[in-house]
Design a protein around this ligand. Sequence first.
Ligand code: HMG
Ligand code: MG
Length: 298
Amino acid sequence: PATDHVRIVEVAPRDGLQNEKTLLPTATKIELIERLADTGLKAIEATSFVSPKWVPQMADAAEVYAGIRKVPGVSYPVLVPNLTGYERARSVGVTEIAVFTAASEAFSRKNINASIDESIERFEPVIERARVDGVKVRGYVSTVLGCPYQGEVPVADVVRVAARLHALGCYEVSLGDTIGVGTPAKARAMLRAVAKEVPMSALAVHFHDTYGQALANILACLEEGVRTVDSAVSGTGGCPYAQGASGNVATEDVVYMLHGMGLHTGVDLDRLVAVGAWLAARLGRETASRVTRARTAA
Ligand code: HMG
Ligand code: MG
């Protein structure tokens, strides 16, 4: 039976900022990560070691990672697309990485300039090096409920890619609705199919809220037994290579829902709301979190 503790993987410093027009100063990114750790979050995706030509927002990955005051018991995974990224990450002492691919060929080519198979061939040596170095590896599958370029994505493709990442050694596979088009029954059916091949305890869900379905989808997946949820404070986020994608589900809203259901996260909601409001001010716009809007209304 599933436990009453939900692990939140906070992705705002990475997914949240990778698509921002406003380039935040490195010191502000570091401050964001440190403020997030102060809320009780135990997993904070810090940055990504991708090509700075592809994602200029993450060009300061090494400086950001090196600058964080690391809190014991908190993990700070980073995205790594290839060996170059792995070496850059290791040179600043990274101890957990995330590799990423997709269930849709068309999206994979746009996002990482490689087919799904080629992307996995690139990860193999990365995962092998990580194993030798004692570095934990998480895996992402994007476009699990739809692709901006190919449309429908067969569930069988999601299952195949997720199972492959798990078999290669990813301790957890995060299932990403990159463009936020999923609805609860579809999300549930997709998760159920993947959980036949990968244990539920090794799965996470990652919803973008483009169509306002993210919390409903998360609830459906919790009912299926998932206990790891990715989210971004203030509802920031989006992939620059996924046309029409908008922000991740807001961590404040996820925590509010979970606590309301009697589930535990270890996160202090008041502190989290304060971080969300602070980040929205740094980005110069209104927060996308309904909870933060409600709690900070004048
Ligand atoms: P490419 O151009 O095909 O790669 O990019 P390449 O190997 O031919 O390299 C081209 C140049 O980039 C070379 O430099 C390399 O050295 C350099 P040059 O010789 O031209 O001066 N390079 C690098 N530099 C720094 N760090 C690296 C690196 N790799 C190569 N790691 C590549 C292929 C994968 C690198 C590129 O396509 C890329 O970086 N893509 C990343 C795109 C991205 O970050 N997307 C967002 C993250 S995924 C996401 O948001 C979805 C998720 O949230 C889940 C969901 O919502 O579904 C995770
Ligand atoms: Mg994402």
